[in-house]
Every structure is written in structure tokens, then in C-alpha cells.
Design a protein around this ligand. Structure first.
Ligand code: BGC
Ligand code: ZN
Length: 372
């Protein structure tokens, strides 16, 4: 079958002929690709900054965002039948019996670092026509979400983040008090700022709006622009960092209860941390490249953290709860704002077109490889 692979040593990205995977173990499920998403992580891997081929291989088949259809199941499989739609999870557990996270099926919290990730770290990914894996690594998808379910994996980043915000904020009174409609006050007491208007940022913003946050997306590109239009479609406000500095942002938002960082730019993130509000939570999801060290006002940040009860948290990848949450949310997004969800898709590509899009595809939101 055709697959997209990176060869880190020779610095090549190309479509290769890759052996079609076959069912081997009793719990194996074989799926055929419907859509495979291209993302910032894939682009990083294709610029050779990230990504590790499997041991003994000179290349890595990339791809970790996929919607597939089950075409064959092994003898022991109880959860799926051919025709089912599924999304595979990305991370696979480390082998150590002293890792409580991996042993509990929570490899997204692996302690040892010896986890693997399909299409990213030491395991081939999904950017080919077929995938085989154990049933435990697949999440069932309702047929009604076929058109958009390739967005599940990037949405899990926000889902996992918001699950954590929920548990962190159990430390204080966080439920919005009912405000009277006669007073003209909207029943929304929490303000969220999303940094970045890529797919992870925009999907995170949708999840925040759906949970009742007044949501602001802070991103570089001057407004008006396509991403600002999409934000308006689902009820978030787009603010351009080239048109409004931090003080202007803080003045527009009021108390910043949550910052959801989805750019991977540390300089911007630590600036914004200075305006995080009382009892605020700052969540990092982006993985920055290593640039030169920058100056940070650590006294101000530390003072604020203490005097304003702030919490700062990083989050990677996702567990089954976040995949299920993403599916439930995607259904809600499609009921509320189907046009905004569809607008996240930029290009539908044949697999032969994927390498070029991975190298020069900036500017798009979500490109997908689409099979008929
Ligand atoms: C993927 C995650 C992965 C992370 C770091 C992201 O793009 O969505 O599943 O853990 O990259 O490798
Ligand atoms: Zn991704």
C-alpha cells in the first residue's frame, strides 16, 4: 500500500510502498482509512525536528489523526464488527511494570518516557490505506460524524485539558452563580483566552464556548480574516495580537480565568501569563522548538501565582475519556455550528499530494488525506 514516510537521515519525505498490515493477534482489528489529518506535529516531523522511526527502520510512516472503517476483526475481538467507524488512539504504553500510569491504561501520563506514539515516536503511523491494532486502542465513532470525525484526535487535546481544569478548579467555588436575566447579564461568569487559531486552538475555543466560557482567541494575524470569521460563527471573539497588545487584551476580557495555550510559542505564553487573573489556570498544550533563552519577569509571575491562587499545567496527548469527550463535543458542535466545523477543513488531498502539503502547507487550517 502507499504510505507517507520521513527518512530523517537522508532528509526526505515521500510516498513509499509499505507492506499492508495484516491481522496477527487475537485482539487485532484491521481498518481502512477514510480520512487522515495533517497537523503541526507532522510538519515538525517533516522538518526533521521531531519524530523517531521504529527501532531498526530508517524511516517513519507519519500520521496520527485518523478516521477509519473496520474491515476485518480477529477471533478475540468483541467490540467491533466490519463497517464500524473508529478513531485510533495515538500513544502505546511503556513496557515497565513499575509505571503506574501505563499499567492502568493511562499511557498519556507515562512516567518513564518509554511510551511509543504511532506516527510520532518509535511506531509507524496511520498515513497509509490500512492500519491494524488491538481493539483497546480504537474508539467507536457514530456514523453521523463520518464527515468530521478526523477532528476527534486534535480535539482530544482540549478535552484532556478541560478535564484537568475541572479537577483543578474543584479547589474553589467555581460554578457560576445564576444571574438574573432582567439585569441583562449573560449567564457566563468565566473568561477564557485561547492562544493560537490553528486547529487545536479553534477546536479548544469551540469546547470552551460549548461549556459556557466567554471565549477570546488571541492570535497574530490581523483581523478581519478567515479565522476571525470562523470564531464569530461559533460565538468566540477573535483578537489580533498585532492590533491589540496584552494590556488591551486584558482590558477587553476582564478577569482571565483560563488561558488555553495552543501555539507552542513560549515568549508569547509567558507574556500572557502576566495577565492571568485571580484563581486563573494556565494550560500549555504546544511544544515549542528550542530557541535562544528569553527574559521573563519571574518576580511578577511568581507574585501573581501566589497572591492570585494561580495554577499552571501542561498536558499532552489523551486518554480514552478525552476521546469519548471529543466525540460527544463534536456532536454538539455539529448541532450548534456545522458551518464553523466544516470551515476548519482547508484541503482534501490524495495521498500523493500529502508530502508537498506537509512541506509548504502553512496557512491552511486542516488538510486531510481523503479516501473515496
Ligand atoms: C499529538 C499527540 C502527541 C503530541 C506529542 C500531538 O500532535 O496530537 O497525540 O502526544 O503531538 O508527540
Ligand atoms: Zn496532531
Amino acid at each position: 500500500m502507499k504510505a507517507v514516510a520521513v527518512f530523517p537521515q537522508s532528509r526526505q519525505i515521500k510516498v513509499i510502498d509499505h507492506p499492508e498490515p495484516t491481522i496477527a493477534m487475537p485482539m487485532d482489528v484491521k481498518i481502512r482509512a477514510v480520512n487522515i489529518g495533517l497537523c503541526g506535529t507532522d510538519r515538525e516531523i517533516c522538518s526533521f525536528h521531531y519524530g523517531v522511526p521504529p527501532t531498526g527502520s530508517d524511516h517513519l510512516v507519519i500520521g496520527h489523526e485518523m478516521l477509519g472503517e473496520v474491515i476485518e476483526v480477529s477471533d478475540g475481538v468483541t467490540d467491533f464488527v466490519p463497517g464500524d467507524l473508529v478513531v485510533p488512539m495515538v500513544r502505546r504504553p511503556c513496557p515497565h511494570d513499575y509505571c503506574p500510569a501505563c499499567r492502568a491504561g493511562r499511557q498519556d501520563f507515562c512516567y518513564t518516557g518509554d511510551f511509543t506514539e504511532r506516527g510520532i515516536k518509535s511506531r509507524h503511523g496511520f498515513m497509509g490505506e490500512f492500519v491494524v491494532d488491538e481493539q483497546d486502542f480504537f474508539v467507536p465513532v457514530p456514523q453521523a460524524l463520518r464527515e468530521v470525525a478526523v477532528l476527534v484526535e486534535p480535539l482530544t487535546i482540549a478535552e484532556k485539558a478541560l478535564l484537568q481544569v475541572g479537577s483543578i478548579q474543584q479547589r474553589l467555588p467555581w460554578t457560576c452563580p445564576k444571574m438574573s436575566a432582567e439585569m441583562g447579564i449573560e449567564h457566563r461568569c468565566h473568561n477564557a483566552v485561547v492562544l493560537g487559531a490553528g486547529p487545536v486552538g479553534l477546536l479548544g475555543a469551540m469546547a470552551l464556548v460549548a461549556r459556557g466560557f466567554r471565549t477570546f482567541v488571541y492570535s497574530r494575524e490581523a483581523a478581519p480574516n478567515h479565522k476571525a470569521d470562523i470564531c464569530r460563527m461559533f460565538g468566540a471573539e477573535y483578537i489580533s495580537s498585532t492590533q491589540h497588545d496584552l494590556m488591551a487584551l486584558a482590558a477587553m476580557v476582564g478577569n482571565i480565568d483560563l488561558v488555553y495555550e495552543a501555539v507552542g510559542a513560549s515568549s508569547l505564553a509567558f507574556e500572557v501569563m502576566k495577565v492571568l487573573g485571580a484563581n486563573g489556570v494556565f494550560i500549555f498544550t504546544g511544544v515549542p522548538g528550542r530557541k535562544a533563552p528569553i527574559e521573563v519577569d519571574t518576580d511578577l509571575i511568581m507574585r501573581n501565582m501566589v497572591l492570585k491562587n494561580q495554577a499552571i499545567c501542561g498536558t499532552v496527548n489523551a486518554g480514552r475519556d478525552a476521546f469519548e469527550g471529543a466525540l460527544a463535543d463534536l456532536e454538539i458542535f455539529m448541532q450548534k455550528w456545522p458551518d464553523a466545523v466544516r470551515a476548519l477543513f482547508t484541503r482534501r488531498l490524495a495521498i500523493d499530494e500529502a508530502p508537498a502539503s506537509l512541506v509548504n502547507g502553512r496557512g491552511s487550517i486542516k488538510d486531510v488525506v481523503a479516501y473515496a
